[in-house]
Design a protein around this ligand. Structure first.
Ligand code: ATP
Ligand code: MG
Length: 548
């Protein structure tokens, strides 16, 4: 992975600005979350873009909480946002709160009033809607539109002083009621809301609207390029208008829009994700099925994989849906060279090696990684009773089945050639155990005489095996017949398995490839000294195909 995102249209704009010294040689970006939920993989795209863009041009990126909306403080969200940004591998220059600019924003509004560019209106919300017009018809001017500057200043001051109830008056920008862009038809820039703000308390009962506040926040911080998602494209004329008409900044920031990330088999809205948490549909914001950064982290994703994904999807001006299989491909590719394997048996079948001494046990040397010898080896016990995977045995073998079946000899990976002689059943007809014999001459799984076996299977020693909990995850959402995402009722299989003894030492957050099953991580919350709980990060096989 490179240090910077690949060339994209945003970088082209920045390079032109650098050439013309529009902002000198500065590039300052920001990531501006509203602290009303946990960040998701869509935010990761924005974070990666903003931080790597700044890095690429030797600039800086701020973390700015967009807290102009007076909602209840949630320290939990603020903490999680900072943890997530850092975990992704980025460091902000300044950490800022938009609410700290309230006074400055108020002054900017007063400036607009003084310039005859804003007025206090008392239309009701219904009237406001009616006056706004439609896409086909121009709007109507409010009777308040031509109030004197003095009147507007007085009314706005009274709004601030708390003289009016919520909704009784608003401050509007005076732009153009006939504009084909409805956002420019005298938009509201301040509203009254008698709500305690987590940062400013009851100091304010008027709050700036996003379209007025955001450009001012950017300008105060000296942001050069304000990168946001496509739905703000129609708001850009207003962004530019605010900064131009307030007139305090010589070279105002440039807003640039890109397509937001949308991903199959999940949802990408904080509101919806919060509902899943509140309704206990999931274990919490960090449930391993959640598309949140916290969820992906707990699921075992690496920051490298997520950044790689964000770079691969690129930056474009057209909305599209990305296949979740690409995200899975990225983590698989990253883990493939990083984690060692362990033998784990799900749906175990017991194997008894009848010609192996009852009191004997030996250590088998197994490579930690099939392709990377530098990752070393480990010692795994082997004795008379073992477990193999349910999938590695067929009483009546299918065509081209090379693993265990009566009469067949296979290699127990790293150990011996072992032949199945007899199937012992329980009373209910289920398999009790397989009676087998081993060839002592085949130690290490090497053929003693040139005879070949076609199947190699993994195993664990029964006496020393550790029982582990395994959570095999499926998608949180699946499309119904009409292609609309629905909650997947079977998004997790809570099961268990037998693992080789070393797994008893697995630490929370430690990752392994469970041989032939997939990549797993020891759950960071549920794994204790006594109980090991593993989350499936991703299966081994990829369904992702590179575009031709
Ligand atoms: P949500 O709709 O999930 O609540 P939001 O846009 O309201 O998301 P904010 O906290 O306001 O969330 O977003 C912070 C930044 O992240 C914004 O600049 C926003 O454009 C960006 N962002 C949010 N969702 C996505 C996405 N799916 N893809 C790319 N960027 C996103
Ligand atoms: Mg938002």
């Amino acid at each position: 992975m490179g240090e910077t995102v690949s060339t994209n249209f945003i970088h082209n704009i920045i390079e032109k600005d650098l050439e013309s010294h529009k902002y000198g040689d500065k590039v300052i970006t920001r990531f501006p979350p509203e602290p009303n939920g946990y960040l998701h993989i869509g935010h990761a795209k924005s974070i990666t873009l903003n931080f790597t863009t700044a890095m690429k041009y030797g600039g800086t990126c701020n973390l700015r909480y967009d807290d102009t909306n007076p909602v209840k403080e949630d320290v939990e969200y603020v903490d999680s946002i900072e943890e997530d940004v850092k975990w992704l591998g980025f460091q902000w220059d300044k950490r800022l709160w938009a609410s700290e600019y309230f006074e400055k924003m108020y002054e900017a509004a007063v400036e607009l009033i003084k310039k005859g560019k804003a007025y206090v209106d008392d239309l009701t919300p219904e009237q406001m809607k009616e006056y706004r017009g439609t896409l086909k018809e121009p709007g109507k001017e409010s009777p308040c539109r031509n109030q004197s500057v003095e009147e507007n200043l007085k009314l706005f001051e009274e709004m601030r002083a708390g003289k009016y109830a919520d909704g009784e008056r608003v401050l509007r920008a005076k732009i153009d009621m006939a504009s084909p862009n409805i956002n420019m038809r005298d938009p509201i820039i301040y509203r009254i809301a008698h709500i305690t703000h987590h940062n400013t308390g009851d100091k304010w009962c008027i709050y700036p609207m996003y379209d007025f506040a955001h450009p001012i926040e950017d300008a105060i911080e000296g942001i050069t390029h304000s990168i946001c998602t496509l739905e703000f494209e129609d708001h850009r004329p207003l962004y530019d208008w605010v900064l131009r008409e307030v007139g305090w900044w010589e070279t105002p920031p440039q807003q640039i829009e890109f397509a937001r990330l949308d991903l199959t088999n999940t949802v990408m809205s904080k509101r919806y994700l919060k509902a899943l948490v509140d309704d206990a549909v999931v274990e919490g914001w960090d449930d391993p099925r959640m598309p949140t950064i916290a969820g992906l982290r707990r699921r075992g994703y690496t920051p490298e994989a997520i950044r790689d994904f964000c770079e691969r999807i690129g930056v474009s001006k057209a909305n599209s849906k990305v296949e979740v299989s690409l995200l899975e491909h990225c983590v698989r590719e990253d883990l493939q060279e990083k984690v060692g394997n362990r033998n784990v048996i799900e749906k175990p079948i017991k194997v008894v090696i009848t010609n192996y001494p009852e009191d004997k046990s030996e250590m088998i040397t197994i490579e930690n990684h099939n392709k990377i010898p530098e990752m070393g080896t480990r010692q795994v016990p082997f004795s008379r009773e073992l477990y193999i995977d349910g999938d590695d045995f067929m009483e009546v073998p299918a065509k081209k089945y090379f693993r265990m079946f009566p009469g067949n000899e296979v290699r127990f990976k790293g150990a011996y050639f072992i032949k199945c002689n007899e199937v012992v059943k329980n009373e209910d007809g289920s398999i009790k155990e397989l009676l087998c014999t081993y060839d002592p001459e085949s130690r290490g799984g090497e053929s003693p005489d040139g005879r070949k076996v076609k199947g190699t299977i993994h195993w664990v020693d029964a006496k020393t095996a550790v029982k582990i909990r395994i959570r095999n995850y499926d998608y949180l959402m699946i499309p119904d017949e009409e292609g609309n995402n629905q909650l997947n009722p079977n998004s997790v299989e809570d099961t268990w398995g037998y693992g080789e003894p070393l797994l008893a030492e697995a630490q929370p957050g430690e990752r392994f490839q469970f041989f032939r099953h997939g990549y797993y991580v020891a759950d960071s919350k549920l794994t204790t000294d006594d109980e090991k709980v593993f989350n499936r990060i991703v299966g081994l096989k990829s369904s992702w195909k590179p575009a031709k």
